[in-house]
Design a protein around this ligand. Structure first.
Ligand code: COA
Length: 367
């Protein structure tokens, strides 16, 4: 099964951002944009999120890849967190201007070579400890050592604050991590597959994927979503603020998607997570009113282009509701998606085929 191939684009239009082009075969995940369905290795997202641990979801995703150690998760991730803590002094010595995301990339680059079977678990386990340590270093606080007995949704929250998190926060973060585990051939996953196709080290594929993720049109959107909610401030301001942004030709962060022509199912799964959190805080209510106003305004402004709520809108609302700082939204996205990137990278490497498309030359003819 492939991501909605567009027969009209079988000869790719180079200005169309490869829309509709099928560039990989995968058993990992499928995005059905017409029906608003995400399938993760044969299971609908709605049947996984909220019922399975992050480690269980990763085992499920990695099942066909025979990644060494994946049947011993979460213990394997716990050991990987302990190993990754060795590189944390490097994060402490980093130039002060470096962001949390860049410190994570620094720590990942400093890990030993990752081209042995099982290194997908080493890298996926490392990212949460690098995230927590990077955040504390950037804030001038001493990093906290990982606890290998805790799971992936608990230990990073504890390492960020020094306090064992409430169970409701752990469940919300677990739901988030499962929701963003994998998502077809999005820009960062494609990047990971391109790098892996050169038979580069696995961590290089993840480093490159992180770079692609960081942009505001991809994983960089949830921080600006929260900025928008804060700027609107009150439900009565929503319609006017949104109208002004659209009149200035700005994009509303957290809306629209390349593949989904109906609702992004991940947005619904995260919204449902807010209900189980019991989050009746005013910001959640404000966000819901903003969503309604934004969808109405987008339908008027772009009647021919279905623009619906995407994952990043409720990512921002959910992570904010459990006390995660907005500077950590994209780092957390990277930490969860790393399991998907590694799986795609390994799947791609096994084809043994270099990804090397062509370009259409429109420069001056040779003199
Ligand atoms: N707000 C306002 N207009 C939007 C929009 C948004 N969020 N998303 C798309 N549009 C408009 C574009 O301006 C464009 O209008 P035009 O044809 O008049 O120029 C039209 O819809 C098509 O946009 P395009 O960029 O070609 O579509 P795409 O499939 O490449 O875009 C996104 C997908 C995600 C990049 C885009 O919807 C977007 O920028 N969303 C906001 C960022 C975001 O939430 N990113 C997270 C994605 S999970």
């Amino acid at each position: 099964m492939t991501e909605a191939p567009n027969p009209a684009r079988m000869t790719p239009d180079p200005t169309a951002g490869l829309e509709g082009v099928v560039a990989a075969t995968t058993r990992l995940s499928h995005v059905d944009g017409q029906n608003g369905v995400l399938i993760l290795r044969g299971k609908r997202l709605e049947d996984l999120a909220g019922t399975i641990s992050f480690e269980g979801a990763v085992r499920h995703l990695w099942q066909d890849l025979e990644i060494a150690g994946s049947d011993s998760l979460p213990a394997g991730f716990g050991q990987a967190r302990i190993a990754a803590f060795q590189v944390v002094p490097l994060l402490e010595q980093a130039p002060p201007g470096l962001s949390v995301f860049e410190r994570m990339q620094l720590g990942l680059a400093a890990l030993p070579e990752t081209n042995r079977p099982g290194d997908a678990a080493t890298i996926t386990g490392a990212l949460p400890v690098l995230l927590a340590a990077a955040h504390r270093c950037a804030a001038g606080l001493p990093p906290l050592a990982p606890d290998s007995t805790l799971d992936t949704a608990t230990d990073p929250l504890r390492m960020l604050t020094g306090v064992r998190p409430p169970q409701s926060h752990v469940e919300a973060l677990n739901r988030y991590l499962v929701t963003i585990l994998d998502h077809g051939l999005n820009a960062s996953t494609f990047t990971a597959r391109v790098i892996a196709s050169t038979q580069a080290d696995l961590k290089q594929a993840v480093l490159g994927a992180m770079g692609a993720l960081s942009g505001p049109l991809h994983g960089g959107a949830p921080g600006p979503v929260l900025d928008m909610i804060d700027a609107i401030g009150h439900p009565d301001n929503a319609t006017g603020w949104i109208g002004g942004a659209l009149a200035r030709k700005e994009r509303l962060m957290g809306f629209g998607h390349r593949i989904y022509r109906t609702r992004d199912p991940r947005a619904d799964v995260l919204k449902a997570g807010l209900k189980t959190l019991g989050a009746d805080n005013p910001k959640v209510q404000l966000a819901e009113r903003i969503e309604t106003a934004a969808l109405a305004a987008l339908r008027t402004a772009k009647p021919d282009r279905p623009l619906e709520t995407n994952v990043e809108f409720y990512t921002a609302v959910l992570l904010d509701a459990i006390g995660i700082d907005r500077s950590l939204f994209t780092p957390l996205f990277a930490a969860g998606r790393t399991a998907g990137w590694c799986a795609h990278a390994l799947e791609q490497q096994r084809t043994g085929k270099l990804i090397r498309p062509s370009s259409r030359y429109v420069g001056p003819p040779a003199a």
